[in-house]
Design a binder for this molecule. Structure first.
Ligand code: OGA
Ligand code: NI
Length: 331
């Protein structure tokens, strides 16, 4: 097995005590369901509005195939991510930062456990905006930077159109005008990318790649490499999401839960580690403009569906989350 070193660590990654989760935070992999899974929706079929709307209500997650994004654009993106994470630690270390206001940064997330202690998660995450790419590139060795910029620029363009299409299908499914959600989220939306890398882990029962969370944005489009690891919570049980080459995993995030007045849920998910293979994914987060006021859409409130959430400015949601780790607006 090729050894891998997290950029902010001084030695190759190994299962030292600081990665080991307390018993109740462990993944308990024998309890995970592999049989039934979230819906796989063929976007070239008729009746996708109904299928998506049903998937959003029942799971908050679905996969899409025949989505129109060329395979080679996805393959190139994955290749660029691989090369990025294969950079020697000293070539990407300078990107490491715990400052969440930094536009471009390399992160190793920590889980706060009882007693205020932290446990390291078994992943490295490269976070950056969708546009512009120039300042990112100047931070990387030239050949890797150029490859990443080219792959990502093309990828982001495709994902932008896909997100518009999905937002309109979701709007129609909610009984709204086709462009409702896109307009509601506003001009200059929050568009962040997170390339995730999970090196092989000698004991996946003791660690977690990403612990359970919901995404803070509106809609997430995830591309994963051919190694499974993503799991979604349904009625308290964890379901594993199978890998389908060049399919996207779509999930509704917190802001659509609120906008839909709880009809669509932002569902808990997590990424577990793999004993043999390293795993990669690219999460494309699409969220509101920071000044957008988010709250349940008037058309979705009536006597049977009273307003479940208050109105707030999206920037306040983001700030509360990053400064306090809480999401009181969802309560
Ligand atoms: C995320 C996420 C899952 C994965 O980046 O928010 O949930 O499979 N990623 O990498
Ligand atoms: Ni997520």
């Amino acid at each position: 097995m090729k050894s891998f070193q997290f950029a902010n660590e001084s030695s190759p990654v190994s299962l030292t005590p600081d990665f080991i989760l307390p018993e109740h935070k462990r993944p308990h992999l024998s309890e995970v369901t592999f049989s039934d899974s979230i819906p796989i929706i063929d976007l070239s079929h008729l009746d996708v509005v109904h299928k998506i709307s049903k998937a959003c209500e029942e799971f908050g997650f679905f996969q899409i195939v025949n989505h129109g994004v060329p395979d080679q654009v996805c393959t190139k993106m994955m290749k660029a991510i691989t090369n990025f994470f294969e950079l020697a630690p000293e070539e990407r270390k300078h990107l490491s930062s715990t400052d969440h206001t930094k536009n471009v940064r390399l992160v190793n997330y920590l889980l706060r456990v009882d007693g205020g202690e932290t446990v390291k998660l078994w992943s490295e995450n490269f976070v950056h905006p969708w546009y512009p790419m120039d300042d990112i590139i100047s931070l990387l060795p030239e050949n890797i930077g150029t490859q990443y910029r080219e792959a990502f620029t093309e990828y982001a363009k495709e994902i932008s159109s896909l997100v518009r299409r999905l937002l309109s299908l979701i709007s129609i499914g909610l009984g709204l005008e086709e462009d409702f959600l896109l307009k509601k989220l506003g001009e200059q939306p929050r568009q962040r990318a997170q390339a995730n890398f999970y090196p092989p882990c000698s004991n996946p029962e003791l660690t977690m790649g990403l612990t359970e969370h919901t995404d803070i944005n509106a809609l997430t489009v995830l591309l994963q490499s051919e190694v499974s690891g993503l799991q979604v919570n349904k009625d308290g049980k964890w379901i594993s999401i199978p890998c389908i080459p060049n399919a996207f995993v779509i999930n509704l995030a917190d802001q659509i839960e609120v906008l839909s007045n709880g009809r669509y849920k932002s569902v808990l998910h997590r990424a577990v580690t793999n004993k043999v293979h390293s795993r990669m994914s690219m999460a494309m987060f699409y969220g509101p403009n920071s000044d957008t006021i988010i709250g349940p859409i008037q058309e979705l409130i009536d006597e049977e569906h009273p307003q479940k959430y208050r109105n707030y400015r999206f920037s306040d949601f983001v700030e509360e989350f990053y400064c306090h780790g809480t999401k009181s607006m969802l309560n």
